[in-house]
Design a protein around this ligand. Structure first.
Ligand SMILES: N[C@@H](CCC(=O)N[C@@H](CS)C(=O)NCC(=O)O)C(=O)O
Length: 222
C-alpha cells in the first residue's frame, strides 16, 4: 500500500484533509502545492484534479478531490469519527453539505476582508454583507448545539470536523451572539490534531506573499 498523499498548501482547504489525517494518526505525505499557475493549474496536477483546485488526495491510484468528501472518506475508511448507522451517516453528510453551501463563502469573504488582505484592499461593505449572510446559518448551528457538546451528540465526529474546519477562519470573529457555537468551535480547534493542522496553516499564511492573497480574492471573487 502506498502512502496517502495530500496535495495543497495548508493555507488552502487542504487544511481540512490535514486535520483529519492528523486525527487518524495517518502516516501521510503532504505535498504543499500552490494554487494557480504555480501548481494546481499545471498539467500533472490537472490529471489528478481537473478542476485545478486544492486539495486532492491520492493513494494506491485512488484519487479524490473536494475537501469534505476527502474527510468523510478517510473517516469511514479508518472507522473513526464516522457516525454509526445510516441516519448518523446521513447527518454527517447533511452538516458537511450545509457547511459548504451556507457558510464557506461567507467565512472566506470575512477572513479576507477582516484579516488577510492588506488593509487598503479590505472592503467594509463586503465584510458587512458576509456577516449578514452568516447570521442565519450561525443561529442554526447555535440551536443545533443545545442538545450536546457536539453536532451529533456527545462525541466528536467528522460532522464537527467538517463544519468547524469550514468556520475555522472565523475563530477570532465576534461570536458573542452565538456562545454555544463559540465554545464548540474552540473545543474542536483545541484538539491536538487541529492544533497541528492550524500550525501548518499559520506557517503557510505567514509565508504567503501579499500578491497571492490578492490573487485568491480575485480568482474566487471574494
Ligand atoms: N469545494 C472545493 C473548493 C476547492 C477550492 O476552491 N480550493 C481553492 C483553495 S482553498 C483553490 O484551489 N483555488 C484556486 C483556484 O480556484 O484556482 C473543496 O472544498 O475542495
Amino acid at each position: 500500500m502506498s502512502k496517502l498523499r495530500i496535495y495543497g498548501v495548508a493555507r488552502t482547504r487542504a487544511f481540512r484533509a490535514l486535520w483529519m489525517a492528523e486525527e487518524l494518526g495517518l502516516d501521510y505525505e503532504h505535498v504543499p502545492l500552490e494554487i494557480g499557475a504555480a501548481g494546481a493549474r499545471k498539467q500533472d496536477y490537472l490529471a489528478l484534479n481537473p478542476n485545478g483546485r486544492l486539495p486532492a488526495i491520492e493513494q494506491d491510484g485512488f484519487v479524490l478531490w473536494e475537501s469534505l468528501a476527502i474527510t468523510l472518506y478517510l473517516a469511514k475508511k479508518h472507522g473513526r469519527f464516522y457516525p454509526a448507522g445510516l441516519e448518523g451517516e446521513a447527518r454527517a453528510w447533511q452538516w458537511s453539505l450545509w457547511a459548504v453551501q451556507e457558510v464557506d463563502r461567507g467565512v472566506n469573504i470575512w477572513s479576507l476582508h477582516a484579516r488577510r488582505l492588506p488593509v487598503e484592499d479590505r472592503d467594509p461593505q463586503r465584510l458587512a454583507e458576509a456577516l449578514k449572510v452568516l447570521e442565519g446559518p450561525f443561529k442554526v448551528l447555535e440551536a443545533a448545539l443545545v442538545g450536546g457538546a457536539y453536532l451529533l451528540g456527545e462525541d466528536f465526529t467528522v460532522a464537527d470536523l467538517n463544519v468547524a474546519a469550514v468556520i475555522s477562519r472565523a475563530i477570532d470573529m465576534d461570536l458573542s451572539a452565538t456562545p454555544r457555537l463559540a465554545q464548540w468551535l474552540s473545543r474542536c480547534l483545541e484538539r491536538p490534531a487541529a492544533r497541528t493542522a492550524l500550525a501548518l496553516r499559520a506557517q503557510a499564511d505567514a509565508a504567503t506573499p501579499v500578491e497571492v492573497v490578492q490573487a485568491i480574492a480575485r480568482y474566487n471573487r471574494l
